[in-house]
Design a protein around this ligand. Structure first.
Ligand code: OSB
Ligand code: MG
Length: 374
């Protein structure tokens, strides 16, 4: 394809309730939405991408303003030649950007917009591009740290009554054993897991082992992103299965995590690993090793949520992911909302990878737009 323009919309959506993790409290989601205008076989086509980066570098090192900078200064210039000679494809983006070290969320957003445009032009859904046969995926919900245990129990009750099939509790030192115990006692049979977002060290092994009493599906990223060996050691001291999020940023790190026993389960987030194509490769490697995977989230708008739902339809995604209804985070999404259907999210089967935003909603929630002409 030939790129005509990339537009970067900085969008801000208020959250229906604040979302507290071990690293921050968010009351709104400021998110970068990419709109790519391209020419494919003489026809104009639009592709949409969404960047997973948060405003602060507190989950991973990337952050929204940094993504804008690296994208305009270092990434887009590397696509110009391929675009001019009409050779740009989604499958070539990662190699063209390969000289730039890291910045996977920025790269993922670009690849996503190119892939969306490519699939729209070809009239192919992301679902069929991936060979997915399921028409829906079960929906789980990530529950932030609450002010009190009664508030937590109310929140969990509400999500369960909406149909969510699996509860993930955010934990941190001071908010771990007792809240998890309370939820488990109230709901003896609910699929339950916890996510610490790197808040502990190996010195907490004995403390964390108390979670073994609660029949959890998994514990997600208790230790630092670079603590692969420590995760392997902790895994040997806990009965609860170890799952990695922040530590797995590529196929290579997924292979290390599996081989070293640092992860029995992997959370795949396309944005964290540099895009949907690398996410698919991690899925394939994990499936070959018999390591279950599930699809994580970054409070996606409907744009990313649509693509995540299709990815999570692949056969290795045997654990319920964080693909909740749009209403979990947003009263008014920028796309048509994803609703729960019997505890599931339906996988879109329309051309393209992303859901299209509604122009009016996009305009209403856009703080600024930067346009780069090719
Ligand atoms: O660790 O999975 C995480 C949100 C932002 C950053 C990191 C994480 C999360 C979530 C929310 O848990 C998942 C979602 O989008 O539903
Ligand atoms: Mg996580």
């Amino acid at each position: 394809m030939k790129v005509l323009e990339f537009a970067f919309h900085t969008v801000e959506l208020p959250l229906v309730t604040s979302f507290t993790t071990s690293f921050s409290t968010q009351t709104e989601r400021r998110v970068l939405i990419l709109e790519l205008t391209a020419e494919v076989d003489g026809a104009l086509v639009i592709g949409w991408g969404e960047c997973g980066a948060l405003t602060e570098p507190v989950y991973l090192s990337e952050y929204l303003d940094g993504v804008l900078d690296v994208t305009t200064e270092h990434l887009l210039p590397r696509l110009v030649a391929a675009s001019a000679s009409d050779e740009l494809t989604a499958e070539s983006v990662a190699a063209l950007l390969g000289r730039v070290v890291g910045h996977r969320m920025a790269k993922a957003a670009i690849e996503m917009a190119v892939l969306d445009a490519q699939l729209r032009a070809a009239g192919i859904s992301f679902k069929s591009y991936l060979g997915v046969t399921r028409d829906r995926v079960p929906s789980g919900v990530s529950v932030g740290i609450q002010d009190s245990i009664p508030a937590l129990l109310d929140t969990v009750d509400r999500y369960l009554s909406e149909g969510y099939q699996r509860i993930k509790l955010k934990i941190r030192p001071g908010w771990d054993i007792e809240p998890v115990r309370a939820v488990r006692e109230a709901h003896p049979n609910v699929p339950l897991q916890v996510d610490a977002n790197t808040a502990y060290t190996l010195a907490d092994a004995e403390h964390l082992s108390q979670l073994d009493a609660f029949d959890l599906l998994l514990i997600e990223q208790p230790l630092g992103a670079e603590d692969m060996r420590q995760h392997a050691l902790l895994a040997r001291r806990m009965r609860t299965r170890m799952c990695l999020d922040e530590s797995v940023v590529s196929v290579a790190s997924a292979e290390d995590a599996i081989a070293w026993g640092a992860a029995a389960i992997i959370n795949i987030k396309p944005s964290r690993v540099g895009g949907y194509l690398e996410a698919r490769r991690i899925h394939d490697v994990a499936l070959a090793h018999g390591t279950p995977v599930w699809c994580g989230g970054m409070l996606e708008t409907g744009i990313g949520r649509a693509a995540n739902a299709a990815l999570a339809g692949m056969p290795g995604f045997t654990i319920t992911g964080d693909i909740s209804a749009s209403g979990r985070f947003y009263k008014h999404d920028i796309t048509d909302p994803f609703e729960l259907v019997d505890g599931h999210i339906l996988i879109p089967d329309v051309p393209g990878l992303a859901a299209q935003p509604r122009r009016q909603r996009l305009a209403e929630s856009t703080l600024s737009t930067m346009r780069i002409a090719f």
